[in-house]
Design a protein around this ligand. Structure first.
Ligand code: KIV
Length: 271
């Protein structure tokens, strides 16, 4: 049996062994207890309590507005729904870039109050000190490079990153730095597949891609996107496995009709 399937709990060591064994890592986002239970039961390896909660749960245009209290609420709910998956939590925008002491206290608060297993933060060289300080407290850190949505106002668009040599070189250097400082994994978002392949070969730690092609160690998607709950978001990298928007809408329309026509509840649905 594969290393991943044998694991009762997915840990950083299991993920490392999966990479070394050539076993792909499956990661999705989750923000609530009920969904986390289903995804964990299905066998997902990592659940990311992403700051994308700002978009899909709260309806914000960017990921910037989510607060530490809000991400902790989502993380605690997800942790209660999980038996096997590793739960990784995004550090919200503004909670770690200022100085490394603030980064550490943010990470400690998340770990202590939610029961999560690791944190994720965006950036390379610029946040090195913050990552190092968090790691000294024994908290596993996942990096995030390429399209880093917390920097959307710097980029100006959500288009593919690192297509030019200078940015690609910086990304490779940042990925090596994240490995060297002790991150257990790194997410690469929306970069050319060849570049992602090069990074996944060059560094020892698992590389999880989103819009980064197939030659990485695992894949991550936002659960609302892959289940088809969101409709307007249609990047090329997204594969929709369901069309829940339509399914839920139709079910609700049937319910409304049953209520209006007095067909719900029936004899067996009352006391
Ligand atoms: O917040 C998020 O959902 C993420 C993934 C896109 C990797 O960071």
């Amino acid at each position: 049996m594969s290393v991943g399937k044998r694991a009762k709990r997915v840990t950083t060591h299991i993920l490392q062994a999966m990479k070394e064994n050539g076993e792909k890592i499956a990661m999705l986002t989750a923000y609530d207890y009920s969904t986390a239970r289903i995804l964990d039961d299905a066998g997902i390896d990592i659940l990311l309590v992403g700051d994308s909660a700002a978009n899909v749960m709260a309806g914000h245009e960017t990921t910037l507005p989510i607060t530490l209290d809000e991400i902790i609420y989502h993380a605690s709910s997800v942790v209660r729904g999980v038996n096997r998956a590793m739960v990784v939590v995004d550090l919200p925008f503004g909670s770690y870039q200022g100085n490394s002491k603030e980064a550490l206290s943010t990470a400690i608060r998340i770990m202590k109050t939610s029961g999560a297993h690791a944190v994720k933060l965006e950036g390379g060289e610029e946040v090195k000190e913050s990552i190092e300080r968090i790691l000294t407290a024994g908290i596993p850190v996942m990096g995030h490079l390429g399209l880093t949505p917390q920097s959307i106002y710097k980029f100006g668009t959500y288009t593919v990153r690192a297509t030019k040599k200078e940015e690609a070189d910086k990304l490779v250097a940042d990925a090596k730095l994240l490995e060297d400082v002790g991150c257990f994994a790194v997410v690469l978002e929306k970069i050319p597949a060849d570049l992602a392949k090069m990074v996944a070969t060059a560094i020892r730690i698992p590389v999880i891609g989103i819009g980064a092609g197939p030659h990485v160690d695992g894949q991550v998607l936002v659960v609302h996107d892959m289940l088809g709950i969101t409709q307007e978001f249609k990047p090329r990298f997204l594969r929709r496995y369901l069309n829940l928007y339509d399914d839920i809408k139709q079910a609700v329309q049937r319910y409304i009709e049953d209520v209006k026509l007095k067909e719900f509840p029936n004899e067996s649905e009352q006391y």
